[in-house]
Design a protein around this ligand. Structure first.
Ligand code: SAM
Length: 229
């Protein structure tokens, strides 16, 4: 008998990711999960928005796909280190079990961050469909629900971290992107690792402004789109 459940894999930067044999898809780039998350979401999402909006607090972030919790944990660290309040709303219809998230090695990737290690598990362990201040600067609401069903809050930054359009085309269609766009604040930013032409076309049709952004290691491009006023 084969076990077709989620499996932990190691990516090129030494950090783990999760692989789903059923759909032959992993949660991150094989070129480095940790590097990808920092590049796409922290650097070209959060930092880029903040550079244009210093002093606008709290920062409201919406994440599609909590998954391993890596983006949430790195954002918590950013909020603490920068002392900038963040309200983080994340959704996940298929939460990982403790035997998977307890084995993930993200907290071993950077020894300067050991102070924050305990928060990684706390992010996973907090109840679904609840919200709370996790630290002085990081307030999280975690909902066990799909993008199709969720009721959205206003967001300054969208971390769109769904499975690829090849595996989950419905999540990248115009209607769901429009649902997100409608709840984004003016000058909000939408970032994703995906650089597919049809995604960009959909975002342009929503009158978003795309800029050229280099992809994380192993990828030429990613997508970043700004909402107009
Ligand atoms: C590419 S993974 C990334 C997850 C996470 N951001 C991470 O860094 O681990 C995509 C995530 O989207 C979740 N997902 C699947 N279907 C979804 C849906 N309909 N709505 C929202 N999220 C979904 C998956 O379960 C998975 O956790």
């Amino acid at each position: 008998m084969t076990n077709k459940g989620p499996k932990i894999i190691t990516t090129e930067d030494g950090s783990h990711s999760v692989y789903l044999p059923d759909i032959n898809e992993s949660y991150h780039s094989s070129h480095g999960a940790y590097r990808e998350s920092i590049h796409v979401f922290l650097l070209y999402g959060l930092e880029a928005w903040y550079a244009r909006n210093r002093g606008k607090f709290p920062i409201r972030i919406f994440e599609v796909g909590f998954g391993t919790g890596l983006n949430a944990w790195l954002t918590l660290i950013w909020a603490e280190q920068n002392q900038v309040p963040v309200l983080y709303h994340t959704i996940e219809p298929f939460p990982l079990s403790a035997d998977i998230y307890n084995e993930l090695n993200f907290t071993q990737m950077d020894e300067t961050l050991t102070h924050y290690n305990g928060y990684f598990k706390r992010l996973h362990q907090m109840d679904w469909d609840s919200g709370k201040p996790m630290t002085d600067y990081f307030n999280i609401k975690k909902d066990k629900i799909s993008l199709q069903e969720v009721k959205l809050y206003p967001a300054d930054i969208v971390y769109f971290d769904a499975f690829s359009p090849k595996k989950q085309p419905e999540l990248w269609e115009h209607a769901l992107l429009q649902k997100i766009h409608e709840r984004m604040n003016p000058q909000g930013v939408f970032v994703t690792y995906c650089a597919a032409g049809h995604l960009k076309k959909n975002l342009v049709s929503l009158e978003m402004t795309l800029d050229e952004v280099p992809g994380p290691p192993g990828k030429k491009e990613m997508t970043r789109a700004w909402k107009k006023n």
